[in-house]
Design a protein around this ligand. Structure first.
Ligand code: MN
Ligand code: MN
Length: 460
């Protein structure tokens, strides 16, 4: 009877019961490299810079339109410093399709407004406009850093990273003390902290003169010394406040990783490492590090932009292949994180279909909200293809859905890839506390997502 059961039942197993010791060592090594990448990649621009640095170290060169591309050639295209496309040319022509993996490198954060700086009652503040889906109350009373660029009228761009080094000051948004929070505590969690209340404390020491706004003047004078900028230069700046926590191991057993921006740099690093590691692929492999996913993949650097089509059309043209012929035979993993089942909040999950920490790469046949609204919904055939591929490649994975029916939901770049007539499926790392300033993932799941993308790249 037990044999009949084991033949007929589907019973998912914890990844730790399925992984060999040797592979656990590989996973550790992989995760150390990921933690370093994540710690140094706090914005999409920094992620792209770091990815280019790693790619060049591994033989990739900037794509030059019109240049001949032989099988094995490694090229990348930098889209305005905010998104990156990398390709390894396959032995087969692009008329056979490409294997694409796409993940985003933007993450929820607090953007500074264009006129951000003000003084109130002898304290200086920066006004922010949040980017992506955040729970506002999570962003107060945590240390923050400032990252980004100030573009000057001269054409020069000043890079800003402030608060990353141990000896640099950090920033914070204050909250009410409980003693005086009687009214605040009666509000809902959505209303307790408001968007216009997310103002960053920038300083308190006044300039030594008799005029107005002396603290603001002192701050501007410091900024001018450090970066040569004045208040008007904020108009053409992209400065963001991000959590100042270092990436670290979590748990006494060190099985988890905590950090800001796992969504979706954890999948971005997986596909980046996979394309760096792939050797002489049969089909052309493409790795996309996308921007603006958190606000709907809009804009010139988001996946709705034709920057991707242009890059692919260039590659196709070099082989005399029509782009549409390539797309219709291509396969895309939309590599994005999913919600890990959280035993503290079991009520929002449907346990049979939720992704579990340490059960491997999470494949979502569909995403969306309500009746699968705005989901790409991959075909059964595509899921069957991955089942077979991952069995051969020894990839630990799980099929999952983001939360209970009608509990909420979300989207990814999948539908924008599918719209191009590319077979697309969602797959990525399960995350605890997704979109919080400090998110948690499992090392085993991170490594298996890398292995899952690599297996697709290496397939014939
Ligand atoms: Mn995401
Ligand atoms: Mn997200």
């Amino acid at each position: 009877m037990d044999e009949l059961r084991s033949n007929l039942f589907f019973e998912p197993k914890n990844g730790y019961d399925r992984i060999e010791t040797a592979e656990r060592i590989d996973a550790e090594k992989y995760c150390r490299a990921y933690m370093e990448f994540l710690n140094d990649s706090r914005t999409e621009r920094e992620a792209v810079d770091n990815a280019i640095r790693l790619a060049e170290k591994n033989g990739f060169a900037a794509y030059v339109p019109g240049k001949e591309l032989k099988p094995g050639a490694k090229v990348y295209q930098n889209n305005r410093g905010k998104a990156l496309m990398l390709a390894v040319i396959g032995k087969k022509p692009l008329s056979e399709g490409a294997v694409i993996a796409g993940a985003h490198v933007d993450a929820p954060r607090l953007d500074l407004k264009q006129i951000p700086l003000y003084e109130s009652d002898e304290m200086a503040y920066l006004k922010t406009h949040y980017y992506g889906g955040i729970k506002k109350y999570q962003w107060v009373t945590i240390p923050l850093e400032l990252h980004g660029v100030v573009a000057l009228k001269s054409g020069e761009t000043v890079k800003v990273v402030l608060g990353r080094e141990p000896d640099e000051p950090k920033f914070v948004i204050t909250d009410l003390l409980p003693h005086l929070a009687q009214d605040q505590m009666k509000k809902t969690m959505a209303e307790g902290i408001t968007g216009e209340g997310l103002n960053i404390l920038l300083g308190s020491a006044p300039y030594a003169d008799e005029g107005k706004d002396r603290v603001k003047l002192a701050i501007l004078s410091l900024l001018n010394d450090m970066y040569g900028i004045s208040e008007e230069d904020f108009l053409s700046a992209e400065l963001v406040a991000v959590p100042a926590f270092d990436v670290c191991e979590i748990g006494l057993d060190r099985s988890l990783i905590g950090g800001y921006g796992h969504d979706d740099r954890v999948c971005a690093f997986a596909e980046l490492q996979a394309i760096l590691d792939v050797k002489d692929p049969e089909r052309t492999c493409v790795c996309l590090l996308c921007d603006k996913e958190e606000i709907g993949s809009e804009g010139v650097s988001g996946m709705q932009s034709e920057a991707f089509d242009t890059f692919m059309a260039d590659l196709c043209e070099s082989q005399g292949v029509a782009l549409r012929r390539c797309f219709e035979k291509s396969f895309c993993i939309s590599a994005d994180v999913t919600a890990a089942y959280d035993p503290i909040f079991p009520e929002v999950f449907e346990k049979r279909n939720a992704s579990r920490v340490n059960y491997g790469m999470g494949i979502c046949k569909f995403t969306g909200t309500r009746g699968k609204y705005a989901s790409s919904d991959a075909s059964a055939e595509l899921v069957a293809y991955l089942r077979s591929l991952y069995e051969k490649a020894g990839v630990i994975w799980q099929l999952c859905e983001l939360g209970k029916v009608d509990q909420g939901g979300g989207g990814t770049i999948a539908r924008f890839m599918a719209r191009r007539n590319i077979d697309t499926i969602d797959a990525g790392v399960p995350v605890l506390s997704m979109h919080a300033p400090f998110e948690v993932v499992s090392k085993l799941d991170c490594y298996m997502t890398y292995k899952g993308v690599l297996a697709a790249y290496e397939d014939r």
